[in-house]
Structure formats: structure tokens, C-alpha cells
Design a protein around this ligand. Structure first.
Ligand code: 13P
Ligand code: SF4
Length: 314
């Protein structure tokens, strides 16, 4: 036990020293392991993290999240070194939308504006007019004229939810998040029956049959705020369960139950991509300043426009 603790605090010490030496900032998403969240300078949702990346004074941005998030940091701060502990940390939504196929899809809807969820590759961003995150999507869609024809990519569940909220008929790309699709409606109903004093909080990447049972729907940071303002003492959390770490920190006396998956026991609602980042890899990427995000100037230029549009509109 002592050995494990020693090893852990030694690793923490190394990370903090390297961070100072390299003038680096560590940004982490709420879905990262608890220890990574705790050592980060800033923990946030996709929108907060993009803003931080755009405004940091540091020379190096260590992005503890997935690759599309680190790419956003590079696009908004191209002169900085942006490193990711594990470059294989992808995203199923990004994978579900490949540029060639998306170009063909766009050709089928020539008079449509393209709104893309930030969970996509830089190439898809470059093919889009505006980027949104789950915290600003409704606001941005509502800013467009009601008769504007829109393609929404790549998340069909978020797109469907937005169509309902804004009374639009956006054409949806058929992508989804493998994590949010693991939640089981049947098990959720069973859990709610046994915990009728719990409020159900869900991320809009969940399928409609899960969202239909939610008392509150929002981005990761908005779910965190909800926990703080809600009168409820118990919550069922239908999103990646590592977010519960911050919820417990903010509200130590409240109870949090991860939403169940179909087999009820697996930890398959953990994001397998976020899990690739570890404290050891965080230390190593600071030490070697690698793996770093490399993108052509042209790609940065064309992916930046829709991202700046998002920051301007949100
Ligand atoms: P947020 O922007 O709500 O943090 O969502 C990011 C994400 O990847 C959800 O799966
Ligand atoms: Fe992508 Fe889903 Fe993981 Fe978020 S939780 S990074 S959408 S795979």
C-alpha cells in the first residue's frame, strides 16, 4: 500500500516539476481518471476547454482528453506545442463521420448550412459552417433563421434532441457515441423504481429512449451545476461515470448512482478512449513533448473559421 502511495506521489511530483520546467498547462475533461482530473490546472467541458486553449499564456498545452479536443487546442493556438498522453485516444463519433462520405452527403443537400458537433475530426470541421458543443448547440441553432436548411453531424441523438427543442427538421448524419448508447432503458426504469427519490440527469448524446426518462438534460458542465442547485439529494447519472468525481467534490453529502447498462455490472459506460490516458503517459508526454498534434497550416486555417464562429455565437 505504502509503495503504491509512494509511486503515485512520486509521479505527481514529476508531473508538477515538468509542468513548471516546460511552462505547460494541463487541461482535462470531466471523463478523465480521477487522478488526472486532480492534477490538471483546469477541468471542463468541451466548450470551456476550447476557450481555455484559445487564451492560455503557456508554451505547451497538455490535453488530457481525446484527440479531437487536442486538435481544437492546436487550431486555436497553432504556435503552441499541444501534446496528448495517448494519440490513440479517439472518439466513436469522430470515427462515424469520414470526410469522403461526408462530402458526398453534403452534395446530396447542396443548399444546406452545415452545423457540426465539436466531436469530429479537423477535416469535418473544415467542411462545416459552424461548430457547436453540447452546451451551446441549442443557442446557436436558434440564432439561425427558422427557414434555414441545416445538416447536423455527426451525432444523430444530439441532432434529434435539438430538432425537438428548436422545432427544426435538420438533416442528421447517422453517428453516435458508443458510451452513451450502452445505457439500458429497462434497467434505468428498474433503478428509478427502486430509487424514486432520485433525479435522473442525462447527457444529450444519450438515445431518445434514455432522454425520455431524464429530469434534466445538459452538457457535462451543466449536469455538474444542476447537482449543485437541485433540491434532490440523490441522482442517477446517464453519462460517462468519471464525471461523478467532480459531483462528489462539489456535493459530498449527495448520492450519485451511475446509470445502468444492459448487463448491469460491466463498466462499459467508461469511455474507452479517455481511459487510454494515464498518469504515466501524462508524465512521459510532458518529458518528451510528444506525441504532439501535427496539422497542416491549410487544415488549421479552414477548421478555424467554423470554430471561431462558434466562439463568437456562444
Ligand atoms: P461535453 O462538451 O458536454 O463535455 O461533452 C463531451 C463529450 O465527449 C461527451 O461525450
Ligand atoms: Fe467520444 Fe463518446 Fe468518448 Fe465522448 S464519451 S469522447 S463522444 S466516445
Amino acid at each position: 500500500m505504502d509503495n503504491i502511495l509512494d509511486k503515485h506521489s512520486f509521479l505527481e511530483k514529476q508531473i508538477l516539476e515538468l509542468k513548471k520546467e516546460k511552462n505547460a498547462v494541463i487541461l482535462a475533461h470531466f471523463y478523465q481518471d480521477e487522478e488526472i482530473q486532480d492534477i490538471a490546472d483546469f477541468v471542463g467541458d468541451s466548450l470551456d476547454l476550447s476557450r481555455k486553449a484559445a487564451n492560455t499564456e503557456a508554451d505547451v498545452i497538455v490535453f488530457c482528453g481525446v484527440k479531437f479536443m487536442a486538435e481544437v487546442a492546436k487550431i486555436l493556438s497553432p504556435s503552441k506545442i499541444v501534446v496528448l498522453p495517448d494519440l490513440r485516444a479517439g472518439c466513436s463519433l469522430e470515427d462515424s463521420c469520414q470526410p469522403k462520405k461526408f462530402e458526398e452527403f453534403k452534395k446530396l443537400h447542396p443548399d444546406h448550412k452545415v452545423i457540426s458537433y465539436i466531436n469530429c475530426s479537423a477535416k469535418i470541421k473544415a467542411l462545416s459552417d459552424i461548430i457547436v458543443t453540447s452546451s451551446n448547440a441549442q443557442k446557436i441553432v436558434e440564432k439561425l433563421p427558422t427557414d434555414e436548411k441545416i445538416i447536423f453531424a455527426p451525432d444523430k441523438h444530439l441532432g434529434n434532441y435539438l430538432n425537438k427543442l428548436t422545432d427544426r427538421k435538420m438533416v442528421l448524419w447517422n453517428g453516435s457515441c458508443i458510451v452513451h448508447e450502452t445505457f439500458s432503458e429497462k434497467q434505468l426504469i428498474k433503478l428509478k423504481v427502486r430509487n424514486d427519490d432520485a433525479e435522473i440527469l442525462a447527457h444529450p448524446e444519450c438515445p431518445e429512449q434514455i432522454l425520455n426518462h431524464a429530469d434534466y438534460i445538459g452538457s457535462t458542465s451543466s449536469l455538474l451545476k444542476r447537482v449543485q442547485v437541485s433540491e434532490y439529494q440523490k441522482f442517477i447519472i446517464a453519462t460517462e461515470p468519471h464525471i461523478i468525481h467532480q459531483m462528489k467534490k462539489n456535493e459530498p453529502n449527495k448520492t450519485f448512482i451511475p446509470a445502468p447498462t444492459s448487463d448491469g455490472t460491466c463498466s462499459c459506460s467508461n469511455c474507452p478512449y479517455m481511459e487510454l490516458n494515464t498518469m504515466e503517459k501524462l508524465r512521459d508526454c510532458l518529458l518528451k513533448l510528444s506525441p504532439s498534434i501535427q496539422m497542416s497550416k491549410e487544415l488549421i486555417f479552414s477548421a478555424k473559421k467554423p470554430l471561431l464562429k462558434m466562439l463568437e455565437l456562444s
